[in-house]
Write a protein that binds this ligand. Structure first.
Ligand SMILES: [Fe+2]
Length: 618
């Protein structure tokens, strides 16, 4: 038996994963355990969990692999700062001690953090090799083109190549600072959202705007060549030498200072969002064509933070040259921990790989699970009353009944998701047919005002009848955006549409019922679809089937189980706290239902404030 522990840490979204004899046994982000979103620290708790899941101890490990080579990254940082001296001195001085402490001595730091029990050798892979391995090795394809699109790893920000059998070969790369991820992040920052987490909001803002700055971007900021490679004019950016993303020249070009985070969103910001989204799609399509031309492959796999841009992914799938695309669900740096471990198994140890046509990511349900008994013990311990379903169908009928009454359900089932999306293991569910659901969920659960619709999960067998996916085309990891099918559109009052088009309150605009599933339909009729199948998620499939049978609608709203700024819940206790702090109506933990109305004596406004105050606005 060969056990390989993969680790990513010290930058963003630390994680650990465990691969035993080539099988992905466990993977989790550290933030879920420390309750600190995007926790960049050493993933001690995630490592502990992975070992526990496999019933191994530190001494049983055969290899530990870190997802990037620390010295190369240091060298990149050093050369960048030297290149931009002296104006870069300030942030260099600020970054330096961190690097000295944590990064240069990384291998001894890692050994020390794992403890004396560790006997295994420590291996380092390249950042992009880790991403590429995470995209190819778990994919359903025996061979595929590989494209990784990142913010910044080491020197290379974009890489492509091929995966065949048990090997990946990266043949070309673009180097820092020319980075599609950083270009997108620069606009994220400029439009007043948080870099490294607000990119999703910018993507959600784009449908409100017109891409009127597209030419300005391609004329000044980025020189895109036919082969998909590009060069960025660094006069407009500030991430090499400064602590912000954009420079005064950028602000002048787009007509003003960056938007401050809580201020009003103007039409200009929507147009900027639409423009950078359009450019990103142009670049990804051009790269897709080039990669296809160079490799001759019919399938493509993707990873890296930009691969979470599901609007661009949807276009690449529909308009690009590839027959099929698979995207690593933990596309960001967390997934590097998984890729690195698989890289050691297949590439370094030369272990065979036979693709079966199904991915080996196991629905990305790779985190901890809790039994009904553990859940009952927890609830009994704190004296909370609950209903225990008499069987699965009883549970599903009760939950469906709650949902049909426009009530909101916290759904906690099986193993926690690995990656940024909730896929029906730690999800909040609602009825997408309700025209109030978008604002109710945002205000009463997430405590935010959002201009974005929620994501739908849909029975895989019904997906093509509701969304613009071909029959058999799937999106199990919620990484593809597709339009709602026209037959589900509702007629729109033109008068209302006209007034709304200029209403500064985007929430009013998103809440015009455009389809029979308004809670998940964006202003341009797009939806971020998750297709649900029995093999990956039997329980959610059963719930959707029950809901479909009772209502004729095979779709539910699926949003992550957390309040804004909080990592997705991990344990029954996290879920219970979230129930108390929000106006969720019911919490379903395995076979157990806790109703909020039975807890009225426990809801304490001060306690709620304390809970919410722990999490930074994002
Ligand atoms: Fe990365």
């Amino acid at each position: 038996m060969t056990s390989i522990l993969g680790i990513s840490a010290f930058y963003h979204d630390s994680a650990a994963s465990l691969v035993v004899d080539g099988e992905i046994v466990a993977a989790a982000q550290e933030e879920r355990f420390t309750r600190k979103k995007h926790d960049p620290g050493f993933p001690s708790l995630a490592v502990e969990y992975c070992l526990r899941e496999a019933r191994l101890s530190m001494g049983d490990l055969d290899y530990v692999v870190f997802y990037e080579k620390p010295l190369r990254k240091f060298e990149r940082l050093l050369e960048t700062y030297v290149g931009y001296a002296p104006s870069g001195f300030k942030s260099f001085a600020m970054a330096m001690p961190v690097w000295l402490r944590e990064k240069i001595r990384q291998s001894s730091v890692i050994r020390q953090r794992l403890g004396d029990g560790l006997k295994a050798p420590l291996v380092f892979t390249d950042h992009h090799e880790s991403h590429a391995a995470s995209a190819f090795f778990p994919s359903p394809f025996q061979e595929a083109a590989i494209l990784t699109l990142d913010g910044v790893g080491e020197w290379s920000t974009t890489a492509f190549g091929v995966g065949q059998g048990n090997r990946i070969t990266l043949t070309r790369e673009l180097q820092f600072p020319h980075s599609l991820g950083l270009l997108y992040s620069a606009f994220t920052y400029y439009c007043g959202f948080r870099v490294n987490s607000g990119e999703y909001k910018l993507m959600g803002l784009a449908p409100y705007g017109r891409p009127i700055y597209r030419d300005l971007i391609t004329k000044h900021l980025i020189d895109l060549r036919d082969d998909g490679s590009f060069w960025m004019d660094m006069r407009y950016f500030n991430y090499c030498q400064g602590l912000t993303m954009t420079s005064p020249a950028f602000h002048e070009l787009f007509g003003g200072a960056p938007r401050s985070p809580e201020s009003a969103i103007e039409q200009r910001h929507m147009d900027l969002a639409a423009s950078i989204q359009a450019v990103t799609e142009d670049v990804m399509l051009a790269m897709g064509r080039e990669v296809h031309k160079q490799t001759g492959m019919r399938q493509l796999v993707l990873a890296g933070g930009v691969a979470l841009n599901c609007v661009a992914n949807g276009r690449l799938l529909r308009e690009g040259p590839f027959d099929d695309i698979w995207i690593q669900p933990a596309a960001g740096d967390a997934g590097g921990a998984l890729g690195a471990a698989l890289f050691v198994w297949h590439q370094l140890l030369d272990k065979p790989r036979q693709a079966s046509g199904q991915d080996t990511q196991k629905g990305s349900l790779l985190g901890p699970r809790f039994t009904t008994q553990q859940i009952c013990d927890f609830l009994d311990g704190i004296g909370v009353s609950y209903i225990r379903a008499t069987g699965e169908q009883d549970l599903l009928d009760r939950v469906s009944d709650i949902l049909e009454h426009e009530q909101i359900v916290g759904w906690f089932q099986g193993r926690m998701e690995f990656g940024p999306r909730a896929l029906g293991a730690r999800s909040i569910l609602g009825d997408p047919r309700s025209s109030r659901m978008q604002s109710t969920m945002n205000l009463k659960i997430k405590f935010r005002e959002s201009f974005r619709p929620f994501a739908p999960c849909v029975l895989e067998s019904e997906a093509h009848r509701w969304f613009g996916l071909e029959e058999g085309q799937t999106s199990p990891y919620m990484l593809i955006v597709a339009p709602v099918r026209e037959e589900h559109y509702l007629p729109i009052d033109e008068e209302l549409e006209r007034t709304m088009a200029s209403d500064p309150d985007l929430r009013k605009r998103v809440n015009i019922p455009r389809s029979v599933i308004p809670a998940v339909t964006h202003v341009d009729y797009s939806a971020r679809v998750q297709t649900v199948d029995r093999a990956r998620n039997p329980k959610l499939t059963a719930l959707l089937t029950t809901f479909y049978r009772r209502t004729g609608c095979p779709v539910l709203v699926n949003t992550s189980f957390n309040v804004r700024g909080e990592p997705i819940v991990c344990t029954p206790e996290d879920a219970y706290r979230c129930l108390l702090a929000t106006e969720m109506d019911a919490l379903v933990l395995e076979d157990v239902i806790v109703l909020k109305r039975d807890l009225s004596d426990r809801v304490d406004a001060a306690e709620r404030e304390r809970h919410l105050a722990q999490f930074q606005l994002d």
